[in-house]
Design a protein around this ligand. Structure first.
Ligand SMILES: [Zn+2]
Length: 266
């Protein structure tokens, strides 16, 4: 197994590429993206928006394996999948959030409990909502950046090794066994054994529902099932709760900064 990690592309260039590709993979529109150099980096040795494009992890793997040719990439990059579409289901990520009122209407479901969150506002352009935390580390969070909804996700294995990290819809690092699909309005991340690590349903425009999940860190963790959220260690179960006006949903151990937290476990 190898960690797929890219060179540092300047943020300004990434933004330009994301905007050009309409916030999704040029082939399938999947909003969780990786950046791809059309002419390989080792040949050009420079990052330029014109030579970069957005691919999802699946299409990126196909390109790397040569199952999608470079000519197809060049052709598709001229007419990205999401171009000209105002809205399609998987656009919930990258979905436009126009103002504070839109943010206030967002409801985040975890198993069958619901959180109406009060996002932490860093500036008029960046908001943060963190449904799940362990020992001060957000495992899943949503940000509103530049008026769009983004996913933050950090998955660890039982040895505390990061196996997948997504920051603002960008797959920053991953082990190569992941299957990340975004079909209809459902994001599913599973490994080769078909074990689901997370399943999130986006109901446009104001509902995000984490339906299934297996999230762990520091040997602590949560199992999210349709009927309840269960802690791995001491089997504490949550179901059918509603919480209002917190920046963090459920936390075990420390919480980051001075954010308000709905449920705090030892
Ligand atoms: Zn794709």
């Amino acid at each position: 197994m190898s960690i797929v990690k890219r060179d540092a592309i300047p943020e300004k260039i990434k933004r330009e590429v994301r905007q050009y590709c309409k916030f999704g993979c040029i082939f399938c529109g999947n909003p969780l993206i990786e950046y791809h150099h059309i002419i390989p980096w080792h040949e050009v040795k420079i990052h330029s928006a014109a030579n970069l494009t957005c691919l999802c992890s699946n299409c990126h793997t196909m390109v790397t394996k040569g199952l999608i040719s470079n000519q197809e990439v060049i052709y598709k990059n001229k007419n990205p999948h999401n171009k000209g579409k105002d809205f399609w289901p998987s656009m919930m990520l990258g979905y436009k959030i126009f103002n504070n009122e839109d943010i206030a209407k967002l409801s985040i479901g975890v198993a069958n409990s619901y959180f109406k969150m009060n996002p932490l506002k860093y500036n008029s352009n960046f908001y943060l909502m963190v449904p799940i935390v362990i020992d001060g580390v957000p495992l899943i969070a949503f940000t509103v950046k530049e008026g769009r909804l983004n996913l933050y996700l950090k998955l660890f294995d039982e040895y505390n090794k990061v196996v997948l990290e997504i920051i603002n819809n960008e797959i920053v690092s991953r082990l190569d066994f992941w299957d990340i699909t975004f079909k209809n309005n459902r994001l599913k991340i599973n490994n080769q054994q078909n074990k689901i690590f997370i399943e999130i349903e986006f109901e446009v425009p104001y509902s995000i529902h984490i339906k299934k999940g297996f999230l762990m860190y520091n040997q602590k963790g949560y199992k999210i099932r349709s009927d309840s959220l269960v802690t791995l260690k001491n089997n504490i179960q949550f179901s059918n709760n509603e919480f209002y006006n917190f920046s963090i949903g459920i936390a075990m151990g420390e919480i980051p900064g001075n954010m308000s937290c709905a449920v705090r476990l030892p």
